[in-house]
Design a protein. Structure first.
Length: 404
């Protein structure tokens, strides 16, 4: 009887993934659906313009279709939350992501490309919400830096996409770039296949006679800050490579994009690890300030050195900002916080190109300076999150050791 009881207790633990496996699976999901599926278009766009005759306006239209798809996916995560808690939906979304990449070179019709980029955006949002929620849920007990390494998958995908285009630019065509991207995304999908959904969050019990602090206004400030970040980040993500390529050799833009990815890989883990010493609201504000400088730098000082510094500052912060903001949202225990924040981010991504378009007539300096200014505004909104932040409300992230 004792032996049988021991076995029945031990068996369920075999089904629980180790922290390392959760990080690997989550990173693979984000690398495939976000790092590659969303961001490979940035370095491929110049190739499609020169080899496929894609106009600047049509290129912007393809980007907008992807952002609208991402927004719809985020809204589905809010309205139908079961979609972003279903492993089956996650797997279907990842397969559709691979298909959307593989079908890009099968035609030269802009309408076809627009539909495919829309699908890639929608599936990217669903996978992003599923994967980030899963990592925050399964890794909260072992340390927030584990979640940071999972977010580093986005940087891995960006670096891979940049390397692909660097090689293809010299040896092959834009069609080959899309097919290689699809192959990489498929391989990463295999790695992510077993990622378990997030557990249903339970509110932290309050001590007798102690009321939980109200967090709604802080979450609203967080949504505003993260939405502004969506505006500024997408301006940089859209125009940084083109701006660098315009003021230097063509390979420099692709090389800078690789630097963005390489800096993003450890970036989130670094920012979350710093949370052991400083409060996360403070780190969010600092990261936004650093990114604002990085985005504006290329607009003020064109040149190879400033381009690489700008790429490193941008890459080293934008994934970290996402991991900090989403973990803070979960900590504040707002229902469907990840989906709500992702929606605000998606709205910002749509507004970014619209706000920057009138400034493009004078080159890329204006949009990049605008992006830096909006991110600076996001940092100011982050200060409102920091003010009297309730460090012990939730259980999704550990309380910081310091509140300064």
């Amino acid at each position: 009887m004792a032996i049988t009881a021991t076995h029945t207790i031990a068996l369920p633990s075999l089904r629980v993934s180790s922290p390392g496996m959760v990080v690997l699976q989550g990173a693979a999901a984000l690398a495939a659906s976000t790092g590659i599926a969303r961001f490979v278009f940035t370095p491929i766009l110049p190739l499609m313009q020169t080899q496929a005759g894609l106009s600047v306006g049509d290129g912007a239209g393809l980007a907008t279709a992807n952002y609208i798809g991402y927004l719809l996916g985020a809204l589905l995560g809010i309205g139908v939350p079961v979609l972003v808690r279903s492993r089956r939906v996650m797997r279907i979304a990842m397969l559709l992501t691979v298909v959307s990449l593989a079908l890009m070179p099968t035609a030269t019709d802009v309408s076809w490309w627009t539909a495919l980029r829309f699908v890639a955006g929608l599936t990217s949002a669903l996978v992003f919400i599923y994967a980030t929620s899963a990592m925050i849920s399964h890794l909260r007990e072992v340390g927030p830096h584990f979640v940071g390494w999972g977010f580093g998958g986005i940087g891995t995908g960006i670096a891979l996409s940049g390397l692909v285009v660097l090689v293809v630019r010299a040896t092959s065509t834009w069609q080959a770039a899309w097919l290689i991207a699809a192959g990489l995304s498929a391989a990463l999908t295999v790695l992510a296949w077993g990622l378990r959904p997030a557990a249903v969050a339970q509110p932290a019990p309050a001590s007798a006679g102690t009321a939980l602090p109200r967090t709604g206004h802080r979450f609203a400030a967080l949504v505003v800050s993260y939405g502004f970040e969506g505006i500024g980040y997408i301006i940089a993500g859209t125009f940084l490579v083109a701006a660098i390529g315009q003021s230097g050799p063509a390979w420099l833009g692709d090389g800078a994009w690789v630097v963005v990815g390489l800096a993003a890989m450890p970036g989130a883990a670094l920012w979350t690890a710093l949370g052991r010493r400083w409060s996360r609201p403070t780190l969010l504000t600092v990261a936004l300030g650093v990114q604002a400088v990085g985005v504006a730098l290329t607009g003020v000082l064109p040149g190879s050195v400033s381009a690489l510094v700008s790429a490193a500052l941008f890459g080293g912060t934008f994934v970290g900002i996402s991991s900090l903001a989403l973990a803070l949202g979960a900590h504040l225990q707002v229902p469907r916080a990840v989906a709500l924040l992702t929606t605000g981010y998606a709205v910002g991504q749509i507004l970014g190109p619209v706000l920057s378009r009138p400034l493009l007539t004078a080159g890329y300096s204006g949009p990049l300076l605008l992006g830096g200014a909006v991110i600076a505004a996001a940092a100011l909104a982050g200060l409102a999150v920091r003010f009297r932040f309730p460090h012990r409300v939730g259980t999704a992230i550990e309380p910081s050791r310091a509140s300064r």
